[in-house]
Design a protein around this ligand. Structure first.
Ligand code: ZN
Length: 148
């Protein structure tokens, strides 16, 4: 059963990856299936919790799991890893913090992709993904990735 209070790791709860203002506004059902929950838990254990322990401060998730309808509503890429609970976009308190977090992830975690994304408006965030099958994690890090 879907339980938004479920703990994925020491400092992360399922609802942080599922709650979405866009989904709420458009009345989109954004509840993940069990496969996506397991993937989110893996993302937390392998990448986000180690980062949280390093950062010593709360980490806010801008966007985690996205159902098909939500992904379309936010104009995400068609085969986005957000659809599978394999990815999260992290809010950055400032640019320097973002750079430190990026470096930590690259050097200390088993990740698939980490993209330092930006828009021309000046918005910046970290997109991070991780797959459960370790062999398929590509360790692809891009420090300047223009978002659509
Ligand atoms: Zn993303």
């Amino acid at each position: 059963m879907y339980n938004p209070e479920m703990k994925l790791s020491e400092n992360f709860q399922l609802k942080e990856f599922v709650d979405s203002q866009t989904a709420e506004r458009l009345k989109i059902d954004n509840r993940p299936d069990w496969e996506a929950v397991i993937n989110l838990r893996n993302l937390c254990r392998e990448v986000l919790q180690p980062l949280r322990d390093y950062a010593q401060q709360p980490i806010h998730i801008n966007s985690g799991y996205r159902s098909l309808l939500l992904n379309e509503a936010v104009r995400g890429v068609g085969d986005s890893q957000h659809l599978y609970g394999q990815a999260a976009d992290l809010h950055l308190p400032n640019l320097d913090t973002g750079r430190r977090w990026y470096k930590f992830i690259v050097e200390h975690t088993d990740f698939d992709q980490v993209l330092f994304e930006y828009r021309r408006t000046g918005a910046r965030w970290l997109h991070i993904s991780c797959r459960r099958d370790r062999k398929s994690n590509r360790h692809m890090a891009i420090p300047n990735f223009p978002a659509r």
